[in-house]
Design a protein. Structure first.
Length: 106
């Protein structure tokens, strides 16, 4: 099963089931995560910076393409409420701007 490691959350590891969004996988593990629009693909606050393993994610969704074109997500970013993983392992981090104030990031 694909595995995601969140580097700046003490290298927390999350397994992402087939077809499951990364946000759902994080939430199932009890990980508090910024998702201002409720996971509807309208805000980009749920995004991750992908440090390694971008090739293990499914292709950009229509929503992500739209925000990529508008410059709201960078080439090395994905929206966790939209993206899924297909294989392998990826290492990501939470962007500075979307860190939750009550969590300790490294
Ligand atoms: S939670 Fe708003 S775009 Fe993902």
């Amino acid at each position: 099963m694909p595995k995601l490691t969140v580097q700046n959350l003490a290298n927390k590891e999350v397994f992402v089931r087939q077809g499951q969004t990364v946000l759902k996988a994080l939430q199932e593990e009890g990980q508090d995560w910024m998702h201002a629009c409720g996971g509807k693909g309208r805000c980009t606050t749920c995004r991750i910076i992908v440090l390694q393993g971008m090739e293990h994610f499914a292709p950009l969704t229509a929503c992500e393409l739209k925000y990529r074109e508008k410059g709201r997500i960078e080439d090395n970013e994905r929206q966790t409420c939209q993206c899924t993983m297909v294989s392998g392992e990826a290492v990501v981090k939470v962007p500075e701007q979307t860190k939750l104030p009550h969590l300790n990031y490294s």
